[in-house]
Design a protein around this ligand. Sequence first.
Ligand SMILES: *[C@@H]1O[C@H](CO)[C@@H](O)[C@H](O)[C@H]1NC(C)=O
Ligand SMILES: *[C@@H]1O[C@H](CO)[C@@H](O)[C@H](O)[C@H]1NC(C)=O
Ligand SMILES: *[C@@H]1O[C@H](CO)[C@@H](O)[C@H](O)[C@H]1NC(C)=O
Ligand SMILES: *[C@@H]1O[C@H](CO)[C@@H](O)[C@H](O)[C@H]1NC(C)=O
Ligand SMILES: *[C@@H]1O[C@H](CO)[C@@H](O)[C@H](O)[C@H]1NC(C)=O
Ligand SMILES: *[C@@H]1O[C@H](CO)[C@@H](O)[C@H](O)[C@H]1NC(C)=O
Ligand SMILES: *[C@@H]1O[C@H](CO)[C@@H](O)[C@H](O)[C@H]1NC(C)=O
Ligand SMILES: *[C@@H]1O[C@H](CO)[C@@H](O)[C@H](O)[C@H]1NC(C)=O
Length: 323
Amino acid sequence: MERVHSLRMMSRFLLLHCLVLISLFIVAATAHTSYITTDQDALLALKAHITHDPTNFLAKNWNTSTPVCNWTGVPCDVHNHRVTVLNISRLNLTGTIPFQLGNLSSLQSLNLSFNRLSGSIPSAIFTTYTLKYVNFHENQLTGTFPSFIFDKSSLQHLDFAHNSLSGEIPANICSNLPFLEILSLSGNMLHGRIPSTLLNCTYLQILDLSYNDFSGAIPKEIGNLTKLKGLYLGRNRLQEIPREFSNLAEMERMSLSENNLQDMIINFLQFYSSSTCFCNLYSFARSLIMLRFIVFISDRDKALCLFSLISFFNLCRLKKNVL
Ligand SMILES: *[C@@H]1O[C@H](CO)[C@@H](O)[C@H](O)[C@H]1NC(C)=O
Ligand SMILES: *[C@@H]1O[C@H](CO)[C@@H](O)[C@H](O)[C@H]1NC(C)=O
Ligand SMILES: *[C@@H]1O[C@H](CO)[C@@H](O)[C@H](O)[C@H]1NC(C)=O
Ligand SMILES: *[C@@H]1O[C@H](CO)[C@@H](O)[C@H](O)[C@H]1NC(C)=O
Ligand SMILES: *[C@@H]1O[C@H](CO)[C@@H](O)[C@H](O)[C@H]1NC(C)=O
Ligand SMILES: *[C@@H]1O[C@H](CO)[C@@H](O)[C@H](O)[C@H]1NC(C)=O
Ligand SMILES: *[C@@H]1O[C@H](CO)[C@@H](O)[C@H](O)[C@H]1NC(C)=O
Ligand SMILES: *[C@@H]1O[C@H](CO)[C@@H](O)[C@H](O)[C@H]1NC(C)=O
């Protein structure tokens, strides 16, 4: 009796197991297709927001008679059939960017550069945790820097250059984008101070804030960004070169032209002349190298700097009788 009971229990248990497995399978299968329709809906939303497509790119290539993963400009992941890249640059598309792009939750690369997209940048696109590359270079986007509605993003490359963005760089930029390697905001209408919190973007290699309306002193914390290779701050209203810049060992190109230069040169020279370690050949060579990377407004200024450096160096040598 007891045996029959336990057998019955067992078969019931097995049946239940089977049911659970089957339903899991169904859930997985529908999840798969629903992801595909989610991606399709997001891209169709973008298509619907494009008001002028001079080459008929979207009309010709994006329609529901073919699967999303066959559409041009949107390669998918071969395993889970999710859209990983959205690359529709240089098509002269007119229109706006819909928030539904944030539903492309496997997107790694978003390239809408060199179009005529206007309106604001929807914050929703930054909810995608897989996103590594965003390029909106040369459009007509307006509004402020998008706010962040998540904790941390994997974003490494952010290019909003040559648009009409206004407002300030958000102070929490690096707590939300800690892995940024390239930040290009050149040619917008951004203003305010350069946030000292950029210090926390420790992977930053290229920082381009040129052709904006930034003012005040350049934060000395930039000098902590030891991976920095390119720093472009030209054509703003910035005032001081912090002495911490001499820590930037990887620096290959630095442009500070067309700022409040007079102050800058004086500052720069004051630092080197007051520096106690200036009177050795090594730091002299280093400062010459620094000078080479600074693109001043004119060769005359460069010559002035060089002349002053050499004078300071000679003065030191005389004073300390070194070398
Ligand atoms: C797309 O995202 C919006 C919010 O960003 C959300 O309300 C909507 O449910 C999403 N759609 C799908 C199909 O996931
Ligand atoms: C739909 O797109 C395919 C290419 O993906 C194209 O060959 C076909 O002509 C398009 N259909 C229409 C009605 O535009
Ligand atoms: C989609 O692309 C795959 C692989 O490139 C191809 O085998 C398939 O025939 C295409 N489907 C359609 C409907 O064009
Ligand atoms: C994106 O499109 C541009 C221009 O068509 C092309 O040069 C680039 O290689 C494309 N990138 C990817 C990842 O497909
Ligand atoms: C984005 O588009 C631009 C312009 O076509 C191209 O130069 C660049 O390589 C593209 N980037 C990626 C990652 O595809
Ligand atoms: C985009 O517009 C520019 C300037 O009007 C033109 O030179 C270029 O050929 C256009 N490109 C496309 C893909 O229509
Ligand atoms: C930088 O990061 C550290 C550690 O994550 C954090 O404690 C600090 O508040 C951050 N500083 C700024 C200025 O965001
Ligand atoms: C930044 O660099 C200075 C030296 O220039 C150093 O004293 C300071 O501890 C650094 N700060 C961080 C957070 O690494």
